[in-house]
Structure formats: structure tokens, C-alpha cells
Design a binder for this molecule. Structure first.
Ligand SMILES: Nc1ncnc2c1ncn2[C@@H]1O[C@H](COP(=O)(O)OP(=O)(O)OP(=O)(O)O)[C@@H](O)[C@H]1O
Ligand SMILES: [Mg+2]
Length: 229
């Protein structure tokens, strides 16, 4: 038995717009183990980002229980939520979300500034991580001096530099052409082989096929698609 990293039990998320009630997630169950590479696949509006925000402790469910790294997330206060988020989750977004005035290495360093690591250690870790994602030659480039694929690599390095339990990516190839997107998927494969747990949200079946497990989200329900090894 591999270690369980997260468990969702009967998670429901309901949005209220005036009188209108919309059940986006309807009593879903999901268990993810250490080292899994899971794709969450679903059409636009199906609730993928809603699910990601709950997984990443950015939003809370309307009901149900959520356990992340043995902690009952639904019982945590704001301060504890921020702490678990910083420690357990590395986020990667479609639009990279880099700070434009900072260089690649400064962007990657930033989570370590918040973690109050000494500068020398920060620089070393950030540099190592940028080398790891293939950007050793671009440490001092700002985002607008990098290609889209390179910017996403910086964002992945930033997400990984704190050694989070989960790499959580929402449409990580959505802003990239197919070839560049596939290169990012190759990087995910390598990280997965090194033991990283990856959860990737996508509407693209071809991108989802890179994962070792696909979970489909439709009409508020999750369905296990297939598992290949
Ligand atoms: N804060 C909110 N308030 C009200 N409704 C919301 C809110 N956030 C999302 N929704 C609704 O919940 C549904 C799911 O939205 P969500 O963003 O999770 O979809 P998605 O699968 O990520 O879509 P996309 O592929 O377009 O990013 C949509 O119908 C959306 O309008
Ligand atoms: Mg979305």
C-alpha cells in the first residue's frame, strides 16, 4: 500500500447566484496516493477549477470532508490553511502567473523568501531548480525575455522549489502550442518518475493521456476513466 496523500469524502460545492443554486461538485469521492500522476479531465464549466481550488485549499467545499497529508482541511482556520497550502501544494497555472519585473531566479526564489530561508540558500535552491527544468542559461531573464514554454518552466521550478507534497497544475499547457505543451508534459513525466505526486487539470484528452490515471468530471460527478501502467 502506498501512502495516501489526499482523500475527499462526499465533497459537494454549491454556488448560489441570487435565487439560483448550482451544484458544481455533487458528493464526490477521490483518493490520491503518493507518486500518482492524475489527470482531471472535463469540459469547460464542469467544475475542474472549482475542484482544484478545493484540493489546493484555496476554497472550501459546501459540505464533505477533505484530508490532505493527514490533516482535516475542513477543520483548519485561515492561518492554518495558508500554512498547509504553502507546505503541501505547488501551483502551476495556465497563464504562468510570474511576476514581470523579477528575473527567473527571483521568481523561483520568492516562495523561499516567504518561507524565510537565508538568501544564500534561497539562491542556491532556485538556481538548482531552474537548472533542473532546463533553464540554467536563463537565470537572469525576465518573463518577457522568455518564450511561453520557458516561462512555464520557471513557473514549474517556482512550484517545486519548496518541495511540496503535490504539484497541482490547472491547464498547464493551455497557453502553449502543441509541441511546447508536449515538452512540458515530458518534464512532468520526469518529475513523476522521480516520485512527485502530480494532479493536472485539463479539458484536452491528448494531454490527459500523459497521466497514469484519468478521472473524468461531468455533471458534478467524478468517474475513473482508465488506469494504465
Ligand atoms: N465564484 C463562483 N460563483 C458562482 N459560480 C461559480 C463560481 N466559480 C465557478 N462558478 C460556476 O461553476 C461552474 C464550474 O466552474 P469552473 O471554473 O470550476 O469550471 P472549469 O471546469 O474549470 O471550466 P474551464 O475549463 O472553462 O476553466 C461554472 O458553471 C461556473 O460558472
Ligand atoms: Mg478552469
Amino acid at each position: 500500500m502506498t501512502e495516501q496523500i489526499l482523500n475527499m469524502n462526499q465533497i459537494t460545492k454549491t454556488y448560489y447566484m441570487g435565487e439560483e443554486e448550482q451544484v458544481v461538485l455533487n458528493q464526490i469521492n477521490l483518493t490520491i496516493h503518493k507518486g500518482d500522476f492524475v489527470a482531471v479531465l472535463g469540459p469547460s464549466g464542469s467544475g475542474k477549477s472549482t475542484l482544484m481550488n478545493i484540493i489546493g485549499c484555496l476554497d472550501s467545499p459546501t459540505s464533505g470532508s477533505y484530508i490532505l497529508s493527514d490533516q482535516k482541511v475542513d477543520e483548519l482556520d485561515e492561518v492554518e490553511l495558508a500554512a498547509i497550502r504553502n507546505k503541501e501544494v505547488g501551483f502551476v497555472f495556465q497563464q504562468f502567473q510570474l511576476l514581470p519585473r523579477l528575473s527567473a531566479i527571483q521568481n523561483v526564489e520568492l516562495p523561499l523568501v516567504y518561507a524565510k530561508l537565508p538568501e544564500k540558500e534561497r539562491k542556491q535552491k532556485a538556481r538548482d531548480m531552474l537548472i533542473r527544468v532546463g533553464l540554467g542559461e536563463k537565470l537572469h531573464n525576465r518573463p518577457n525575455q522568455l518564450s511561453g514554454g520557458q516561462q512555464q518552466r520557471v513557473a514549474i521550478a517556482r512550484a517545486m522549489v519548496t518541495e511540496p507534497t503535490i504539484l497541482l497544475a490547472d491547464e498547464p499547457t493551455g497557453a502553449l502550442d502543441q509541441k511546447t505543451g508536449q515538452q512540458i508534459m515530458e518534464l512532468f513525466h520526469e518529475l513523476h518518475e522521480e516520485g512527485k505526486t502530480i494532479i493536472m487539470i485539463t479539458h484536452d484528452v491528448e494531454i490527459a493521456k500523459n497521466a497514469s490515471r484519468i478521472v473524468r468530471i461531468l455533471d458534478g460527478k467524478l468517474q475513473e476513466e482508465h488506469v494504465h501502467v
